[in-house]
Each structure stands twice: as structure tokens, then as C-alpha cells.
Design a protein. Structure first.
Lengths: 208, 165
């Protein structure tokens, strides 16, 4: 009898957990343009922690959820480096975050991130979302997934969500540079015309 | 005579012309408009459309279940499964084609070669689709019945099919 009641209570518990997870998913789908983005404290490949609040002089950020293993992320690596080169000096630095669970995708381990950052000579932080707390708040679903933030009255306001440009396969055949257009508009004090775009990416890897 | 029978069967079917079941599955690169025309038909058929790529781990993981389900419904004229590969069109012959053979893919496969217009066709398939794969869409008579931006196991897939067939 004890066994039965234990099984029953476990079942109830499982159901309750499932329901609450479902409610959470349904309720929080992450940021939309105009939302205020949360700060974070994540470990960089150099072992130090990085927060947005560390950047006193920044006018905003190009936050890129990316990783080592994904073919789309790989295709965009050089373009992410180019974005930092172009915009860090204009006070919109790139902050790259790996959201994947290395237990599911070993190529995205912290050690592999350190190695990749070194190989490619990343000029920007490449942070590890250890415990996967940050990407769900942003609502990142894939890699690469970009969030352009603009500092307004001390808050980091989301001004663009989506793809870097409109051709992952061939950088020389890009006809729309979404992120550049967004940051250029912010630099000019103008409204971002295209505040969100959709593009194919690798789903973020988490344990089920 | 017994040996002749299958041959006769094939001949009759071929002669009938429109016989999707007897012809080899389609395998071609298409642009969005052509794919849309394939999926949105007024024929009472439930189209189960899976977006995947050879390099996508979770996609490759769910495919055997999809193929088993497809085999179970093979005789049902009101059911059709279609795979839409999002591989680079340059990989069509070298990667996608061998993959289809080695993974025993039995459905029609279209490679959506429309990379520069993702921002047009992704929201057109579903407004909530952020672009992560795998994703599966269910259509009937030109109407979208369900969209799933997630991996589906065999049971989940069959439940959805039962719901809409």
C-alpha cells in the first residue's frame, strides 16, 4: 500500500512539474523588440566573468548566441568578427554567448570554446551560458541568433532580433545586412526599420 | 504466370498515369513558390511536412521514427509525408542524395534552395517559427492545421496524424 501511495504521489509530482514547465514555456517566449534585456554574469574564455554593466562607455551591444558545432554559426564566424571590428570602436561591441549544453553537444564545451576563440582570434568575449539560465530569458532558440541592444536611460533596450544578414552560405552574395542596418540606424539616432527577421539556425541543445 | 503478375501490375499502374505510389519518390531542389504549390493542394490529403538537414543532429535523430510512421500509412491515399531539406544546394548530390539512400528515406524530398529569402518563407510557413530545425507542419486542402518547432517522437507524430487525418 505504501508503495502504491508513493507511486501515486510521484505521478502527481511529475504531472505538476510538467504543467509548470508548460505554463512557463507558454508564458515566457523571450524578448520582443522594445523589451528591456537583462544583464548577466557569465564566464568568458579567459576565465574572467563578463557583464553588460562592465561596459561603461558602450552605447549598446550586439549580443550573438552562437556556438562551435553548428554549420550556420561556423559560416557566420568571420562575419561576427567583422561586426566587432566595425562596431566595437563605435561603442556597440559584440558579446558572443554559447547557449548549448556540452553534455548534449560535446563540441560546445568550455574547453572547445577556448580553443575556437584562440584559433579564430576572437576580439570579443565568448561567454559560456553555464546552467543555461540566460538564453531562455532572451528567448534565443537557435544559433546564431542576434539581439541588438541599445542603452537608453541606463537600460538595455532590445532594438533588433534575428539574423546577421540574408545569406548564410555566401557572404559575397548578401543583399541585406540586417544587423549592420540596425546598428547604423541606432548610431544615427534613427528608428530601426526592420526590428526582427527569421532565418534557419541550429536548435539550442538542452537535456530533455 | 505467377512471375508475370507483378510485372503486369506495374504495367497497369504505369499506364494509369497518375500513380504517386508506384513512381519513384521525388528528389529535387525547389524555390518557395514551387514547394508551396506541392503542399497546399485541394485534394483532402494530409501533408506532413518535415524541415530538416543532414547536419542537424536532432533532425537526423527523429527521422527513423518518421520513416516508420510513413511506412504504416503507405497505403493510405489521404496521407503524404514530405521532407524538406535545408541543406546547401551545393550539397545536393554529394551529401543529401547519399544520405537519402543510406538512411532509407522513403518519402519525397525537396531541397528548399531559397536561402536569401528565408525572412520571407519562414514566417509564411508559421508566424511563430524562429527558424530552428527540426520543424514539422501539417497541411490539408491548402490549410495549415498544425506547426511544431520541435523534435517529434513516433507517438507524438502518430497522435498528431490521428488528430488531423
Amino acid at each position: 500500500m505504501k508503495k502504491i501511495s508513493l507511486i501515486f504521489s510521484l505521478l502527481v509530482l511529475a504531472l505538476a512539474v510538467q504543467t509548470s514547465v508548460f505554463a512557463q514555456n507558454a508564458g515566457n517566449k523571450g524578448y520582443k523588440p522594445d523589451d528591456i534585456a537583462t544583464d548577466f554574469k557569465l564566464k568568458n574564455v579567459d576565465g574572467k566573468t563578463v557583464s553588460l554593466s562592465d561596459y561603461n562607455k558602450a552605447k549598446g551591444f550586439i549580443v550573438v548566441f552562437t556556438c562551435n558545432h553548428c554549420p550556420y554559426a561556423k559560416a557566420y564566424e568571420d562575419r561576427i568578427i567583422a561586426l566587432d571590428k566595425k562596431y566595437a570602436s563605435k561603442a556597440y561591441p559584440v558579446i558572443a554567448i554559447n547557449p548549448n549544453d556540452p553534455a548534449v553537444e560535446p563540441d560546445d564545451s568550455y574547453a572547445a570554446m577556448q580553443q575556437r576563440a584562440k584559433e579564430k582570434g576572437f576580439t570579443f568575449p565568448y561567454l559560456f551560458d553555464d546552467g543555461q539560465k540566460v538564453y531562455p530569458q532572451y528567448g534565443a532558440t537557435k544559433t546564431p541568433h542576434v539581439f541588438v541592444l541599445n542603452k537608453e536611460k541606463g537600460k538595455n533596450v532590445v532594438r533588433y532580433i534575428g539574423a546577421i544578414d540574408n545569406n548564410y552560405a555566401d557572404a559575397s552574395d548578401v543583399s541585406e545586412k540586417y544587423v549592420e542596418a540596425a546598428v547604423d540606424a541606432l548610431l544615427a539616432g534613427k528608428e530601426v526599420k526592420q526590428a526582427s527577421t527569421a532565418a534557419i539556425g541550429c536548435s539550442i541543445k538542452f537535456k530533455k | 504466370m505467377k512471375q508475370l503478375f507483378p510485372l503486369l501490375f506495374i504495367l497497369i499502374f504505369t499506364a494509369c498515369g497518375k500513380t504517386a505510389t508506384s513512381s519513384a519518390p521525388a528528389f529535387k531542389a525547389v524555390q518557395y513558390e514551387e514547394l508551396k504549390a506541392v503542399l497546399e493542394q485541394n485534394d483532402d490529403v494530409l501533408y506532413v511536412v518535415n524541415f530538416w538537414a543532414t547536419w542537424c543532429g536532432p533532425c537526423v535523430e527523429e527521422l527513423p521514427g518518421f520513416m516508420e510512421v510513413n511506412a504504416e500509412y503507405a497505403e493510405n491515399p489521404k496521407f503524404k509525408m514530405i521532407l524538406v531539406s535545408l541543406d546547401n544546394v551545393k550539397k545536393l548530390d554529394k551529401t543529401v542524395k547519399p544520405f537519402i539512400a543510406s538512411h532509407k528515406i522513403t518519402t519525397d524530398v525537396y531541397l528548399l534552395d531559397d536561402n536569401k529569402r528565408m525572412n520571407l518563407w519562414i514566417p509564411a510557413f508559421d508566424a511563430s517559427w524562429s527558424g530552428s530545425i527540426p520543424a514539422t507542419v501539417f497541411y490539408k486542402n491548402g490549410k495549415k492545421l498544425h506547426f511544431e518547432e520541435n523534435q517529434l517522437n513516433k507517438t507524438e507524430l502518430k497522435n498528431l496524424i490521428h488528430q488531423y487525418l
